[in-house]
Design a protein around this ligand. Structure first.
Ligand code: TYD
Ligand code: MG
Length: 464
């Protein structure tokens, strides 16, 4: 192979590669994000290119680089491992796939190390061999965290190392079933002369781990810190290389955390797992709806409960609106937890179709509890919360609302209505306002009154 230039330039934000320095990245349009890094062409070819092609696929099929028939593929590695947590299992699509590379991303301090240490504990108790490799904490610090979480049993080992060449050697020797790398930003390879955490190191390290995971059939969890822009530090490139990308989100001040699958080669990407951070680590929240509705004000106008679907899971949350007369010429509007433009659009619909004088009002819309909802089924709840606050009329606290609102003010059908209504019944709601068109195919459960509406105009007539 012809010798390539010894340095290249990378975009720190999206990983775009160029042979010369650029002011603006053509990949993500960010300014001033290019840094110089040693070329890793030779290493990458061995690490990623060949590993994916040879060691990688060969590791699963066991047939080298020969093409094989589908039924000839060896399935011995396939049964999934129980991660010991219903929430984590769900997000992974039913358990840990041996030989898979899983990235767990999230803000620093959100609880990634805690989550994975707890996973270690569960796997150990189930008789799996696990190796936890930390480049961030000393063994004593890991022990301190472990003591907070509970007792650890089984075949678990802990190891502090950041040199991937040594890690590679040890893994080939020890062959644990699951490995945890905390974090990818601290790992380095000697032959890459960039600092740990730089694009080329992270990229090269992931390539090595990919080769190990596929070649040895080890499931590897990689912790990756997220930068302010919301991407795993620098290299978005990491997301393309791994099998599964999970993000651990939540407000660090609030106790609950959401684990979300962003990419999953072995399952759905819509699933979420909900956890609560407590004194003794993370505990699962089996009923997030109940949790999200905690502390809801009784008898206050502008508060409505809605139901959104997170994958196959219905979650109730509270939509709040505050509408007040503006003191300035220019009304203020904000939306927290939902799309600002959507809120503006819905307010325009209310002005036009119901004749409300919202042009002279400030309006603030908030999804309580810090949830982020982008599903259109939340429209009707936003509309009713705004209306409730505008008219200062209280909506009964045992009423749940969902439906999409169109520009003509029509209330349109949403999916998975049965699950939403069943969830409302489960949590003791007595009335459900939903799109009329959805009523036809719905099996009405006991103990709930269903009110179907077809346009926002009916909200005024029905006295809400
Ligand atoms: P950590 O797992 O270290 O975060 P990350 O690896 O994502 O950087 O989580 C650290 C935070 O969690 C820290 O602020 C302390 C808190 N915490 C608890 O509240 N309870 C606990 O039992 C543990 C272990 C941590
Ligand atoms: Mg950590």
């Amino acid at each position: 192979m012809a010798k390539t230039k010894s340095t290249v330039f990378f975009c720190k934000s999206c990983g775009f590669e160029s042979t010369k320095w650029l002011g603006q990245c053509p990949g993500c349009r960010e300014w001033n994000t290019f840094t110089e890094a040693p070329s890793v062409k030779a290493g990458a070819a061995r690490g990623l290119g060949q590993s994916a092609r040879h060691a990688g696929i060969a590791g699963i099929s066991g047939a080298g680089s020969e093409a094989v028939r589908l039924e000839e593929i060896d399935m011995t590695h396939q049964p999934r491992m129980d991660a010991g947590s219903t929430e984590l299992n769900r997000v992974l699509g039913g358990g840990i796939v041996p030989g898979s590379l899983i990235l767990v991303g999230g803000d620093p301090g959100i609880g990634k190390s805690t989550l994975l240490l707890q996973t270690c504990r569960q796997l150990g108790a189930a008789g799996r061999s696990v190796l936890y490799i930390s480049g961030e904490e000393s063994l004593a610090q890991i022990r301190m965290r472990a003591d907070r979480i509970g007792s650890f049993t089984g075949n678990l080992s802990f190891y502090c190392e950041t040199n991937l060449d040594i890690i590679e050697e040890k893994l080939s020797l020890w062959k644990p079933e699951v490995v945890i790398i905390d974090s990818i930003q601290t790992m380095y390879r000697e032959e890459v002369s960039a600092v740990p955490g730089s694009v080329s190191q992270v990229r090269e390290s992931t390539a090595v781990l990919l080769r190990l995971a596929k070649g040895l059939g080890i499931a590897i969890f990689i912790v990756g810190h997220v930068t302010k822009e919301g991407t795993v530090a620098g290299p978005r490139i990491l997301e393309h290389m791994v099998d599964t990308v999970l993000y651990f989100e939540g407000d660090r001040m609030a106790a609950y955390r959401i684990l979300r699958a962003v990419k999953n080669r072995f399952g759905s990407t819509n699933e979420i797992g909900v956890f609560e951070m407590g004194e003794r680590g993370l505990s699962e929240v089996a009923n997030p709806s109940e949790y999200m509705l905690n502390g809801r004000p009784e008898g206050a106008s502008g508060s409505v409960v809605t139901c959104t679907m997170e994958g196959t899971r219905p979650i109730l949350s509270e939509v709040q609106a505050l509408v007040s007369r503006t003191n300035f010429g220019m009304p203020r509007r904000t939306a927290a937890g939902t799309d600002f433009n959507r809120v503006n659009l819905l307010m325009a619909v209310l002005e036009k179709r119901l004749g409300l004088a919202l042009g002279q009002c400030d309006a603030y819309v908030n999804i309580a509890g810090g949830m982020k909802i982008s599903e259109p089924s939340i429209d009707l709840a936003i509309v009713m919360a705004i209306l409730s606050s505008y008219q200062d009329k209280i909506i009964d606290s045992r009423t749940m609302v969902f439906g999409e609102v169109g520009l003509a003010g029509e209330v349109r059908a949403v999916s998975m209505v049965q699950q939403r209504v069943d969830e409302a019944v489960k949590l003791g709601f007595t009335t459900c306002i939903l799109p009329k068109v959805n009523l036809a195919r719905l099996k009405k459960p006991e103990g709930i009154r269903l009110i179907g509406i077809s346009g926002v105009g009916e909200l005024l007539r029905k006295g809400n």
